[in-house]
Every structure is written in structure tokens, then in C-alpha cells.
Ligand binder design. Structure first.
Ligand code: HEC
Length: 210
């Protein structure tokens, strides 16, 4: 048992799971991680807006990579949620909901940020790649939960709106190591676009709530 525990401990990466008093900083990358990163950097090149600095992980991504083969330790999950919640900027005018019709277009648009995309055009949110939203859209992915009837089911209590805003702004604020892009934090969607997808989720007139 002891051996198992300690090898598990090693796997969970010393700085994170086994040396809590030393803090929760992401551990130094292993040799294998360094080799893989070097191979990726040599195999790809900057192409227009798609630049290689995308391979550089921030602290959240490092912590999630370290824990990828096991359940995320609670203490690390808490730290990731804290770091990411601190990045969430509420809308400057306090209004969470924009134009649902534009939000629908954003949810359905899968372009933006790739080398072949026109950087002058607004980025899409590609929400349907992972979520069911409007019942009239038949093509959707299931990596994320269904968001059908989202506003109808949850209402518009300020706490509900603030939570949903935080999830779309930076999913790791409430779902540490989520696969959902951190749309606001990473500058994928603008504040206005975030408001528009929020309206698509919450507006009683939005097809999501029919
Ligand atoms: C790559 C997949 C992916 C994409 C793209 C994506 N999401 Fe998500 N989303 C998820 C996953 C997975 C979850 C569940 C949280 C978790 O466990 O990671 C989630 C959770 C959510 C939640 C919280 C649901 C709840 O239970 O309250 C909202 C709201 C949401 N997504 C909205 C959006 C919107 C709006 C877009 C587009 C702008 C979007 N998502 C794009 C994967 C995705």
C-alpha cells in the first residue's frame, strides 16, 4: 500500500499533491514534456494570427496537464477555480444580456483565430460544437451538457446571470480543467459578443427557451 501511495504521490506531481506546505505552484515540466514541446515547436511554424506562443501553457493549463491521468485533487481544483474566477470581468455597464439574434449567429459560427480565418471578421463561439441549444438546430456536439431551455429552467436571478457569465467568460472559474474555451479571458469573444450569447441563453424570446 505504502509503495502504491508514494508512487501515486509522485505521479500527482510533488509540488501539487505531496508538498502542500510549499505552495501549489505548477511543478517544473518533466523531460518528456520538454521534449514533446520542443518537437511541436520545431514541427509547426507561426502562420498569420496562429502563432506558436499558443503552445505556452499558463498556470491553469500546467496544473491541469499535471493532473490529467487522475481525479483532480480537491486542493488543486480550488486553486484553479480561484485563479480563474479572479480573471472574470463583469460587463462594464452591469447589463449581462445583449441581442439574442446576434448571439445565435455567434453560437453557430465556428471560425476565428485559425491561420486561414480573416482576422478582420469577428470570432465565433462555436457553442454548438459541444452543446445542444436551440431545439431547431439538429447538429450539435455532446461534450458539454445540453443548454436547451437554459433561461426558462433557471430564470434570471442576478446570481444565476453572474454564474453563467463567469462560465462563458472563463469556464475554469466554476469547472476547473474544463474543455470549454475561456472565451472572455482569452479574448476569443468581446464583451458585447459575450452579452449576445448570454441573451441567446436567457432571453425568453430566444429559440433556446422555446
Ligand atoms: C469544446 C467544447 C465546448 C464549447 C465550444 C463550449 N462549451 Fe460550454 N461547456 C462545455 C463543457 C464540457 C461544460 C461543462 C463544464 C465542465 O465540466 O467542463 C460546459 C458548460 C457550459 C455552461 C454551464 C452549464 C451549466 O450547467 O450551468 C454554459 C452556460 C456554457 N457551457 C455555455 C457555452 C456557450 C455560450 C458556448 C459558446 C460561446 C460554449 N459553452 C462553448 C464545453 C464547451
Amino acid at each position: 500500500m505504502k509503495t502504491l501511495e508514494s508512487s501515486r504521490c509522485r505521479k500527482m506531481l510533488l509540488a501539487v499533491a505531496c508538498a502542500a506546505p510549499m505552495g501549489l505552484a505548477a511543478a517544473e515540466p518533466t523531460d518528456a514534456t520538454r521534449d514533446i514541446t520542443a518537437i511541436m515547436k520545431s514541427a509547426f511554424e507561426d502562420k498569420r494570427q496562429a502563432t506558436l506562443d499558443r503552445l505556452d501553457q499558463d498556470e491553469t493549463q500546467k496544473l491541469c496537464t499535471e493532473a490529467r491521468d487522475q481525479a483532480l485533487p480537491a486542493v488543486v481544483a480550488k486553486k484553479i477555480a480561484e485563479i480563474n474566477l479572479a480573471t472574470v470581468k463583469p460587463p462594464a455597464d452591469g447589463q449581462y444580456l445583449g441581442d439574442w439574434q446576434n448571439g445565435e449567429v455567434i453560437a453557430n459560427t465556428g471560425t476565428g483565430l485559425q491561420s486561414s480565418d480573416d482576422p478582420a471578421k469577428p470570432n465565433g463561439g462555436n457553442c454548438y460544437a459541444c452543446h445542444e441549444l436551440s431545439p431547431t438546430e439538429m447538429a450539435y456536439g455532446t461534450l458539454g451538457p445540453s443548454l436547451k431551455h437554459y433561461g426558462k429552467l433557471r430564470g434570471q436571478d442576478p446570481a444565476v446571470l453572474a454564474y453563467a457569465w463567469s462560465m462563458v467568460y472563463n469556464s475554469n472559474s466554476y469547472a476547473p480543467c474544463s474543455n470549454m474555451p475561456r472565451f472572455g479571458h482569452r479574448g476569443i469573444l468581446t464583451e458585447q459578443q459575450l452579452k449576445d450569447v448570454m441573451a441567446f441563453l436567457f432571453d425568453p424570446a430566444s429559440p433556446v427557451n422555446q
